[in-house]
Design a protein around this ligand. Structure first.
Ligand code: ZN
Length: 716
């Protein structure tokens, strides 16, 4: 469930998908399921423990059992304990507590049903409308609507729903939930969840929502730090025409401005089809990326078209050529001072904001625990074990060998972004741009084509029309995202970049990915039987489902149906990209562990630690298969800075995508199967996957498919 404010989470695509995969997705953040289940029920009591509480709960248990009967004792005992755990001195004296419990305990099934239904109704109204408000608050910063004023940045950081949980404690509605519905642990949900009814699952989600009690200012600190990190990333552009070599030669065309790191990475991918200068360009970009992660990049070259920079020597001079209409600022000082570890300061700010949450979440007292136990509902140790299975598989070396053979040279570090497996590399970006610009000159043109695309993907015509009617296409300022609907009948928003000449292929490719999110968002709210069970188990699932769409973007344009060999190549692409993002995810996980072990670290210390972690992960994964050690490139991923342990979702998503894609391909009815899967809603990942495919979540499907693809290719 999306409890907390529709907090901003952007999701970038793993590299498996495409030459130019690049996307931002807005999804519910952090505790997708609401909150932390306490392992010990007394653990979350407020800072002040009330002396009268034990006597009061004992007396109330006796009184309520005498009123409602011995059969209610277990429920009464549990409810009292749950309320006591979260009751603070400010909530009232003993008499207030006693009156509240006696009045609000729902002893008979009819009252309990009514209570549940009213909460489900209220929460939909609250969060649905809060979602609309948040959309409005972020409108100017998210959409391509002209200049951003200082006030826009403030409104973008504001989220009305930040107050909701605390408000429900203040007016005691949260205590009504805690008194009547059980808080479950992850262990219980994993062990017993499959025997529960849908209503029991919805009750579990309702209770979990109030299993953490955060002060508003703490919640806002997290939102604020996150918004600042987003802005830091969004403004981090490199003006490529101003990269020069020692002879002053420019490899990139005028006007090319690339956002770190996604656009830089995508340029590396695109350069594989440039036989003449591709390799030289890729090497330069690698050097730029290394200077960013090492923070030796001169501050003055960031987002600045008025200086020329040689990334090898690190020399900066005033630009010798002009490729912008902006005048040179009068106060421009061309000095080669490095960026002052800002990258790591921004990262630490997110960590410090999460640390403030920790003391209000004693059962999951770190961001790491909250992310894995609450959000993903897969324990961190299991995730790491699955990642290790992938990175230590001999398949990594075998696929690396195929890449080297296809390139006809030894691998270099940037080849982790090798894009030559896919048949789409046969098209130049210009050719693809021409097709998409002509077809989609405006967001409206894309919007109008959605029903056709959904039908082409195998949705029945009437469903294609109904789903499309709940998707609104908006022009994005950034690279793109999908913003979910928050209540029945609302709109899911598809945001992508549409230039003055129309939608280029990058924008289109993102749009198809985001459309997968939008369709999932619409079905998993409108067609799921409880609002409290809307959505999918975690964000890895929504990414996996979006890939199902994105994988078919060329077919939707009427281009190149992949043959058997192409399919095998795409599987290798998927595995290679999956390995890259899995390695980055390990950097992310280890960096957060390091921060928790070194909470007083300075930005410079975090930098050193992250660089070492990146080298270590490299040396455990790509290093041996490439024969190159101590590369820091894995630390370039922008979401390391701005997305607080979101990246493992991509790597988990990679495995899940292989499972879902394998099933959908075998079933040969994409639209129908997609919809069936999305109707399962927000249960545990393993439960969802068993309903969808028959198997729990794991790397086997990805590894098996890769092995099979290698064998098939050997036959060609
Ligand atoms: Zn996505």
């Amino acid at each position: 469930m999306n409890d907390s404010p529709p907090n901003l989470v952007k999701t970038m695509l793993p590299t498996r998908i495409t030459l130019v995969a690049l996307a931002l997705t807005i999804l519910p953040l952090a505790s997708i399921h609401g909150a932390t289940a306490p392992l010990f029920s007394s653990a979350i009591a407020g800072p002040t423990t009330m002396k009268w509480m034990p006597a009061a709960t004992t007396a109330l248990e006796t009184e309520l059992v005498s009123r409602h009967g011995e059969s209610q004792r277990a429920r009464i005992h549990r409810g009292l304990q749950q309320v006591a755990d979260y009751w603070r001195a400010g909530d009232g004296e003993r008499a207030v507590f006693e009156d509240f419990v006696v009045e609000n305990f729902a002893s008979d099934p009819a009252t309990l049903d009514t209570t549940f239904e009213r909460f489900e109704f209220l929460l939909e109204k609250m969060y649905g409308h809060a979602n609309e408000i948040r959309l409005a608050m972020r409108r100017q910063t998210d959409l391509d609507l002209g200049p951003i004023l200082p006030m826009d940045r403030i409104s973008a950081g504001y989220s009305v729903a930040d107050h909701y949980r605390e408000d429900f404690f203040a007016n005691k509605l949260a205590f009504t939930v805690l008194l009547n519905f059980p808080i479950t642990t992850l262990e219980q949900r994993l062990a017993e969840g499959e025997t529960w009814s849908r209503r029991q699952w919805a009750e579990a989600r309702l209770a979990l929502r109030y299993a953490r009690r955060l002060p508003t200012e703490v919640q806002q600190a997290v939102s604020q730090a996150s918004a600042e990190a987003d802005q830091y990333i969004a403004d981090y552009n490199i003006y490529m025409h101003h990269l020069v070599d020692e002879n002053g030669k420019r490899l990139f065309p005028p006007g090319l401005r690339l956002l770190s790191h996604w656009n830089l990475r995508d340029e590396i991918k695109a350069d594989y089809s440039d036989a003449k200068e591709g390799l030289a360009k890729q090497r330069v970009i690698q050097r730029v990326m290394e200077r960013i992660v090492e923070q030796s990049i001169p501050q003055v070259v960031i987002d600045n078209p008025h200086v020329d920079w040689d990334p090898v020597s690190n020399k900066v001079v005033p630009a010798a050529v002009t490729d912008t209409a902006e005048p040179v600022p009068l106060d421009l000082q061309v000095v080669d001072l490095p960026e002052p570890d800002t990258r790591y300061r921004v990262w630490l700010n997110n960590f410090h904001a999460e640390q403030r949450v920790d003391r209000y979440s004693p059962a999951a007292p770190t961001h790491i625990a909250r992310v894995f136990n609450d959000g993903r509902e897969v324990p961190e140790s299991e995730v790491e074990a699955m990642f290790s299975q992938i990175l230590s598989s001999p398949l990594l070396g075998r696929v690396a060998q195929v890449v080297a053979e296809r390139l006809g040279r030894p691998l270099e570090p940037f080849d982790i972004w090798y894009a030559g497996f896919r048949p789409r590399s046969a098209y130049t970006e210009e050719a693809l741009n021409a097709v998409t610009r002509q077809r989609y000159p405006t967001p409206e043109a894309y919007q109008a084509d959605i029903p056709r695309m959904l039908e082409a993907l195998g949705f029945p015509a009437d469903r294609a029309r109904e789903i499309a009617a709940q998707i609104t296409v908006d022009p994005a300022r950034g690279s793109g995202h999908a913003w979910p609907l928050g209540m029945h009948g609302a709109q899911s928003h598809l945001r992508t970049r549409v230039g003055p000449e129309g939608m280029d292929y990058k924008g289109y490719n993102i749009a198809v990915h985001e459309m997968g999110h939008n369709v999932e968002q619409v079905i998993s709210l409108e067609e799921v039987d409880h609002y409290l069970l809307r959505g999918v188990p975690n964000t890895a699932f929504t990414e996996a489902l979006a890939f199902v769409f994105q994988d078919r973007d060329l077919e939707l344009l009427g281009l190149a149906e992949p043959d058997k060999e192409s399919r095998a190549l795409m599987l290798l692409d998927s595995f290679w990209g999956g390995a890259e993002i899995t390695a980055v995810a390990l950097v992310d996980m280890r960096a957060w562990r390091w921060m928790y072990n070194n909470p007083a670290a300075t930005p410079a210390e975090l930098k050193d630690a992250v660089l070492q972690i990146a080298r270590d992960v490299w040396n455990e994964s790509f290093g041996p298969v490439m024969g190159i050690r101590d590369v820091t490139l894995l630390a370039i991923y922008s979401h390391l800075i701005s997305n607080e342990l979101y990246i493992p979702n991509y790597a988990i998503g990679q495995m899940i995508a292989a499972q879902i894609e394998g099933h959908i391909t075998a079933a040969d009815a994409l639209g129908v199967e997609f919809e069936r899967m999305c109707r399962t809603g927000d249960v545990t990942p393993d439960m969802w996957m068993k309903v969808a495919t028959g198997d729990p979540v794991g790397p086997q499907a990805l590894l098996q498919a890769t092995e099979q693809a290698l064998e098939e290719l050997a036959a060609f």
